[in-house]
Each structure stands twice: as structure tokens, then as C-alpha cells.
Design a protein around this ligand. Structure first.
Ligand SMILES: Cc1cc2nc3c(=O)[nH]c(=O)nc-3n(C[C@H](O)[C@H](O)[C@H](O)COP(=O)(O)OP(=O)(O)OC[C@H]3O[C@@H](n4cnc5c(N)ncnc54)[C@H](O)[C@@H]3O)c2cc1C
Length: 382
């Protein structure tokens, strides 16, 4: 399989890198402190078409492939994980199930404003009682005439509390299967629906500028026409969405790994100790060399998974391998990047301090490292 990027993809990567360096990086520390993204950054991302990348032009998208979306996420992740996850969660998790499982009418109604970045969608699967055991949902939707009435709570939901949050795509229990398992259905709940309350933002270890909320549904009513996909197909459709999203999280983690290499290489050339740049100490240079190996390997892993997805080949195993490797690589590289910076690495004005806080969640969101190992060992027949 050819993993070389096309000239168009290389060009696009350069454009996003320039935007990341010139627009996002100078604002990253302030947005992290304010725990809020600058809306002007989101507006510029929307203007570049980033929120519509993988969707066809008929619904207002850019008609690019999944690899191109991941390139954008990697380049943003190189300077600011909060910005990168906002794009990943909006496109890969929020809008993607509407594209994959929605009707042409639903595409026109919901996907168009999402592809334009005028609205962002969020993905409502996890609940306070559990995320890994996705089938054990408690949120219920009951039909009353031609309306769903929804009750329940969702935990840790990204992008639901922004001014431009347009809707949450939920997984809710809508009945019982003959074998006793839950029947789970996806339902779109627009922002502002009475009975749908968006809670306060969580105080998080990292990803400070990314919006994460608890969502509470108390008798929230939406038309049955807001059902996404077949009734009862909701768990399978959401698990497929997560499988694909893992490739994008691996790309984000690769960006963070690359950010560690670049920040450390610059710092190690400048910082003097014992009369010479610290890059001259092999203990420092080898740490940076190992970071480079991790960034390179993580990139190969996500690009291979994305190439398989784009070619219509099975990619679940490759996505799990990429997500597991890249997220653990990001945690290791961020820890070492702080070490290379010494005391300054522990100071917030140096990006590596933020990278250190931002890396850990990559081993948790969109399937924990343990869940990735379960999937990979199953793929080996274990
Ligand atoms: C910042 C942030 C943003 C998020 N955004 C979203 C979002 O937009 N939408 C959404 O739906 N969710 C979101 N999540 C939720 C995230 O996907 C879950 O936190 C994750 O899936 C883990 O679920 P949990 O937190 O309930 O942990 P649990 O499932 O309770 O896991 C706890 C521990 O047990 C381990 N464990 C569980 N089951 C097994 C098993 N079978 N084998 C081995 N080990 C196991 C886990 O690996 C973990 O170490 C977000 C989370 C965070 C932190």
C-alpha cells in the first residue's frame, strides 16, 4: 500500500501548518488559561473548510478523503491539542454519523451548517456509569405519538457547550431485544430543545480550551424524524464511528509527538550548560532521537489505517494499533520533552508543559489503551 502523500495532500499540509504556526500557536497559551477557544480561530478554520473536509460538495463539504482530515488534525495537534480535538470531535464524531447514517433530507438540514463550521455537533455516548461498556446505557427514549421523550445523563461530552454547538447525536435505549439486550438507537437532539440541559464545563487536567460537559435530559422531546439510521442500529453505528475516529485521535497524538521533537530540538540547541548547548550531551540528543522515532512510527501507523479506510478495506485492527501506539508515544514524548527543558519545562509559558497535561487523555478518550489491547488481542484470535 502506497503511503506517500499526493502533491495536493502535501500542499494542504503546508497550508494547515502555516495556519497552526501563525494563528493558533501564538494564542494557544492564552486559550488554555482562559479555558476557551478564541471564536476567531474557529471562524478561520471554518473559512478554510476544515469542518467539511471529508463530506461531499453536494452537502457543502470539501470532498477530501479521511487521510486529509487526519493531516489537518495532526498539524493542529502539533501546536494545540484543544484546537485539534475540537475539529476531531466535531467532524469525526459529531458530524460523521449524520453523514454515514442520515437521510438526504437530514444531510441538507444538519450536515450543511456543520460542514460550513457554522454549527458543531457533539457525540453523546458516554454516561456517568461507564464509557468502555458502551452497551450498558441508561439514557432512555420512549415514543409518545410521533415524538421521542428522552431521559438520562451523558458524561464528558466534547463541543456541546459552545455558542455554535448545534446538536448532540445521542445513543439511547429505545427498547429490549428478544435476547434481552438493549435496543439502542441514535437520535439527534438540537441545542435549545426544552428538557436538554448542558451542564458546567468540567475542570480538566488538560485540553483546557476544549469544551467538555455533562448533558442532562429530562423529558426532552424531539420528533421521531430525528432518528438517525435504523431504529436499533445505534450501538453498531456509534462503535463504527469510534473505530474510524481512532485514526484521527492517532493523528492528533502524532502531532503532539512531533511538537515535542520540534520544541526540544530548538531548545536543546539554544540552552547552554557546562559551556555548550545541551544538544551536545548525548543523554539529551538521544531523548530527542527517540521522540523522532515515535513521531515517525505513529505517523506511519495512522496513515496506514487511514489509507485502508480510504481504499474501502477493513481498518479496525490498524486503527486500534495506531491509536494505542500513538497515544502512548505522546505520553512518553511529552514527559521526556519536559525533562529536556528542565525547570522551564514545568512552566506554562513553554508549550511542552501544556503538551504534558494534554497527552494523558489520549490514552483514555475514544477507547482506552486497555480496550485497544482487547481489540488487538481479539484480532489475533485470543
Ligand atoms: C476530555 C474527554 C472528552 C471526552 N469526549 C467524549 C465525547 O465527546 N463523547 C463521548 O461519548 N465520550 C467522550 N469521552 C468519554 C471517553 O470516551 C471515556 O472516558 C472512555 O471511553 C472511558 O470510559 P470511562 O471514563 O467510563 O472509563 P471506564 O470504562 O469506567 O474504565 C475505567 C478503567 O477500566 C478499564 N476497563 C474497562 N473495561 C475494561 C475491559 N473490558 N478490559 C480491560 N480494562 C477495562 C479502562 O481501560 C479504564 O482503565 C471523553 C472523555 C474525556 C476525558
Amino acid at each position: 500500500m502506497d503511503l506517500e502523500l499526493s502533491p495536493e495532500q502535501e500542499e494542504f499540509r503546508k497550508i494547515v501548518r502555516a495556519f497552526a504556526e501563525e494563528v493558533v500557536a501564538p494564542r494557544a497559551e492564552a486559550m488554555d488559561r482562559a479555558e476557551r477557544l478564541d471564536p476567531a480561530v474557529l471562524d478561520q478554520m471554518a473559512g478554510m473548510g476544515l469542518f467539511g473536509l471529508p463530506f461531499p460538495e453536494e452537502v457543502g463539504g470539501m470532498g477530501a478523503d479521511y487521510t486529509t482530515l487526519c493531516l489537518a488534525i495532526e498539524e493542529l495537534g502539533r501546536v494545540d491539542s484543544s484546537v485539534a480535538i475540537t475539529l476531531e470531535a466535531a467532524v469525526g464524531l459529531g458530524a460523521m454519523p449524520i453523514w454515514r447514517y442520515g437521510t438526504p433530507e437530514q444531510h441538507q438540514r444538519w450536515l450543511r451548517p456543520l460542514a460550513a463550521g457554522e454549527q458543531l455537533a457533539s457525540f453523546g455516548l458516554t454516561e456517568p456509569g461507564g464509557g468502555s461498556d458502551a452497551g450498558a446505557l441508561r439514557t432512555r427514549a420512549v415514543l409518545d405519538g410521533d415524538e421521542w421523550v428522552i431521559d438520562g445523563t451523558k458524561a464528558f461530552i466534547t463541543n456541546a457547550g459552545l455558542d455554535r454547538s448545534g446538536m448532540v447525536v445521542l445513543a439511547a435505549v429505545t427498547g429490549q431485544r428478544p435476547d434481552g439486550r438493549n435496543e439502542i438507537t441514535n437520535i439527534v437532539v438540537p441545542a435549545g430543545t426544552p428538557g436538554y440541559q448542558v451542564g458546567r464545563a468540567y475542570a480538566k487536567v488538560g485540553w483546557h480550551a476544549s469544551d467538555t460537559r455533562e448533558l442532562v435530559f429530562e423529558g426532552a422531546r424531539v420528533p421521531v424524524a430525528n432518528t438517525l439510521g435504523e431504529r436499533g442500529s445505534g450501538l453498531g453505528n456509534f462503535l463504527r464511528t469510534l473505530e474510524e475516529g481512532r485514526i484521527a485521535v492517532a493523528a492528533l497524538a502524532t502531532g503532539l509527538c512531533q511538537g515535542c521533537v520540534d520544541e526540544c530540538a530548538r531548545y536543546a540547541r539554544e540552552r547552554q550548560a557546562f559551556g555548550r548547548p545541551i544538544a551536545g550531551f548525548q543523554a539529551v540528543a538521544f531523548k530527542i532521537a527517540d521522540m523522532e522515532v515515535r513521531a515517525h512510527t505513529a505517523r506511519l501507523a495512522w496513515q496506514r489505517a487511514a489509507a485502508r479506510l480510504d481504499a474501502g478495506q477493513p481498518y479496525g485492527r490498524e486503527a486500534a494499533i495506531a491509536k494505542l501506539y500513538a497515544s502512548e508515544a505522546a505520553v512518553t514524548s511529552a514527559r521526556d520533552a519536559v525533562q529536556v527543558h528542565g525547570g522551564y519545562g514545568y512552566m506554562e509559558e513553554f508549550p511542552v508543559a501544556r503538551f504534558y497535561r494534554d497527552a494523558k487523555v489520549l490514552e483514555i478518550g475514544e477507547g482506552t489503551s486497555e480496550v485497544m489491547r482487547v481489540l488487538i488481542s481479539r484480532s489475533l484470535g485470543l
